[in-house]
Design a protein. Structure first.
Length: 161
């Protein structure tokens, strides 16, 4: 019996790596939801105050300040929607369900947050999760250790993330 080479024994399976990135990004979003919930950021008053602070403290591009102002004005509606969005995207990515859609939406959400925190947050803080979300949006990361794989095996004619 031939011994397996050290190099191949320690090689990383790309499907496992994508699944790990997917699960990690999902946990990151779920953690952000819990942190924001504990801070009370999903109430209209606190959310509006946070958005106003982004407008005044940071170097947010002018074209984006108008969008942020609209969010602050409609905080009673937007704050709970953001809570649902963060919780849903985190759960979908963690479970590997509708992965491409969830990852693409996560990329857009993180891009919007990056623009909103321009001049406050470091580039690296947002860049890595954004790159991971974009990578997952164009891969089949939900097929390995995810519900997308289970559903695609049961219904091969349907396309799942």
């Amino acid at each position: 019996m031939e011994r397996e080479s050290t190099q191949s024994r320690w090689a990383i399976n790309p499907r496992r790596a994508l699944a790990l990135l997917r699960i990690t990004l999902g946990l990151l979003l779920l953690g952000a939801f819990l942190e924001n919930y504990q801070k009370g950021l999903y109430t209209a008053e606190t959310y509006a105050g946070y958005i106003e602070s982004l407008i005044t403290r940071g170097a947010t591009p002018d074209f984006w300040k108008g969008a942020l102002q609209t969010l602050a004005e409609h905080a009673a509606t937007v704050a709970p929607l953001q809570a649902v969005l963060e919780l849903s995207l985190g759960g979908l990515l963690f479970l590997g369900l509708l992965t491409r859609l969830a990852a693409g939406t996560t990329f857009l959400l993180l891009s919007a947050r990056w623009l909103s925190e321009w001049g406050i947050a470091s580039v690296g803080e947002m860049a890595f999760p954004m790159i991971v979300a974009l990578l997952l949006a164009f891969s089949n990361a939900g097929h390995w250790a995810g519900l997308d794989g289970v559903l695609s095996r049961r219904r091969p004619t349907l396309t799942f993330g």
